[in-house]
Design a binder for this molecule. Structure first.
Ligand SMILES: Nc1ncnc2c1ncn2[C@@H]1O[C@H](COP(=O)(O)OP(=O)(O)OP(=O)(O)O)[C@@H](O)[C@H]1O
Ligand SMILES: [Mg+2]
Length: 500
């Protein structure tokens, strides 16, 4: 229920940080997403850099290896084949089966276990394949390209033929393939194993490095997959934080709107209350005069025009009702001070029952009470509690126009620190959607009600440090439970005055 406490609302608004406090979070959110994208791009760039570096190193080493192998081949072929053959046959003719077999044996001995795919020796000048481990190439002309011509002029060089990328790792793709062909000039050597400037031909060494390239591409894929996995994990964690924070923000925004609405309502009620208080105050006195005059009239009419007293009685009844409403307005707008004193909760309850006894009998309402014996005394303003019980019992009577049962009971609460009073009727009940509104000032479903009875009761019980709850089933009845705290054990209070 709204309270006339504007300071409290502003404090609540500030405490919830519903305003500027949310802005930095939005910045953090965007910063986090941007850095996530940047880290992802950096991970891709890093994986590419690592792979590229590894590839360059692989090619450089393979080239050095091939050149070393070719130099060794040059020496061995020259010493073990060229020299002996020239001495024996006078000239070199590899078409001669014996010469071919001798050279082939030397080359095969050298290539064994050396990761060399093929060796080809070109004739000098004519670009003819003089010898090759791939036999069909033997004797073919013009196979050597630019690299052959460079080597024929003394320049060692290599060419790489490769195909395949990271996509080749996908099932069903073409296999990764990489071959390095190294061309070195085939030189004559001195007896001291020193190369001369005389070039006899070109040696082509073909190395298959597909496996190494495959390993590099797998490494690249692993770096990418690992980066993606780490990024996805980070992203999932971040998303969870963002979703959670968004929920908190939405809840805060909702709460802020609710507080603002309540604040508006409180302000509206505050000004309405002031207006009602001044109007009620002005009405109260003339109303008293009208009522006492009508009471005098009842006496006179009975003498002058017997039988017509009812007319004056109507004025008395209606002014009494109006007087009650005006008093309620005034009580609500300007509640009187609460004077607390130790007393039994049962006392004001019994007073109400005595006061309403004839009304309850007239409405055929059966009353049963169940007051706990030896209930400890509590701090209460007996007049105020009387008003609370009166309002609730009055509502119960109005809810049972064709009679029913009213039960009132007091007892010690299970926690042992408070007492409760329950007022149960077998009336029409309250609809669930109305339950949250019945304590709101001016909420009523009665033609002649002001809607202030329960609002006053609520604020009185609140001032007593207690609470008021309601359970209701439409068509079966309602139960109002008031809980009031026991005084602290060491308190020696005989009277306390509580002011707003
Ligand atoms: N025992 C009850 N059974 C059914 N409805 C109830 C009961 N008590 C309260 N209500 C509902 O709560 C509303 C608010 O009650 P409240 O006492 O504040 O105002 P009122 O009775 O309408 O007017 P008044 O100011 O004259 O008491 C009632 O109009 C009624 O709809
Ligand atoms: Mg009422």
């Amino acid at each position: 229920m709204p309270k006339l406490n504007l300071k409290g609302f502003w404090r609540a608004l500030k405490a919830r940080g519903a305003g500027d406090g949310l802005l930095p979070f939005a910045l953090v959110k965007y910063f986090a997403f941007t850095s996530l994208v940047i880290i992802l791009l950096a991970a891709f760039a890093l994986s590419w850099l690592i792979a590229d570096n590894a590839r360059t190193t692989l090619l450089r080493r393979s080239e050095a290896y091939s050149q070393l192998f070719a130099d060794n081949l040059n020496r061995q072929v020259f010493l073990q084949f060229v020299l002996p053959t020239v001495v024996r046959y006078g000239r070199i003719a590899i078409s001669n089966q014996r010469q071919y077999e001798s050279l082939d044996q030397i080359v095969k001995n050298l290539t064994r276990g050396m990761h060399i795919k093929a060796v080809t020796i070109y004739d000098s000048g004519d670009n003819i394949v003089a010898y090759s481990t791939v036999q069909p190439l033997m004797g073919r002309r013009g196979l050597g390209g630019l690299e052959y011509r460079k080597a024929a002029q003394g320049e060692k060089n290599s060419v790489v033929i490769s195909s395949g990328s990271i996509l080749s790792l996908l099932p069903g793709s073409d296999a990764i393939f990489c071959t390095m062909k190294t061309y070195v000039p085939f030189r004559q050597e001195t007896r001291l194993a020193e190369q001369t400037d005389d070039i006899m031909g070109v040696i082509e060494v073909e190395q298959d490095i597909s496996e190494d390239l495959h390993a590099i591409i797998v490494l690249q894929a692993k770096v990418i997959v690992l980066s993606l996995a780490i990024m996805s994990l980070l992203f999932a964690i971040l998303s969870m934080i963002v979703v959670k924070a968004n929920r908190v923000m939405a809840r805060r925004a909702e709460e802020r709107i609710r507080l603002e609405e309540e604040l508006n309502e409180v302000q509206r009620l505050a000004s309405l209350g002031k207006m009602v208080a001044s109007v009620s105050h002005e009405i109260k006195n003339p109303l008293g005069i009208v009522r006492s005059t009508a009471e005098i009239l009842v006496g006179r009419i009975s003498k002058l025009a017997p039988g017509n007293e009812r007319l004056a009685m109507i004025i008395v009844e209606e002014t009494t009702r109006l007087d009650r409403i005006v008093r309620e307005f005034l009580d609500f707008a300007r509640p009187r001070e609460t004077e607390m004193a130790l007393g039994q909760l049962q006392t004001p309850v019994e007073r109400v029952l005595r006061f309403l006894q004839s009304e309850l009998t007239r409405k055929e309402i059966e009353v049963d009470t169940e007051f706990a014996a030896d209930l400890p005394e509590i701090l209460l303003d007996s007049e105020h509690i009387y008003q609370v019980v009166l309002n609730i019992v009055f509502n119960a009577i109005q809810a049972m126009p064709r009679g029913g049962r009213l039960h009132l009971g007091t007892r010690l609460a299970p926690d042992g620190e408070s007492v409760t009073l329950s007022i149960t009727d077998t009336g029409c009940g309250i609809a669930p959607e109305a339950l949250s509104q019945i304590f709101t000032p001016f909420y009523t479903d009665k033609n002649r009600g002001s809607g202030l009875g329960l609002a006053i009761a609520y604020s009185i019980i609140e001032k007593h440090g207690g609470k008021i709850e309601v359970d209701s089933v439409v068509g079966a009845g309602s139960c109002f439970t008031i809980t009031l705290p026991l005084p602290p054990q060491d308190a020696e209070v005989s009277q306390v005055v509580v002011t707003d």
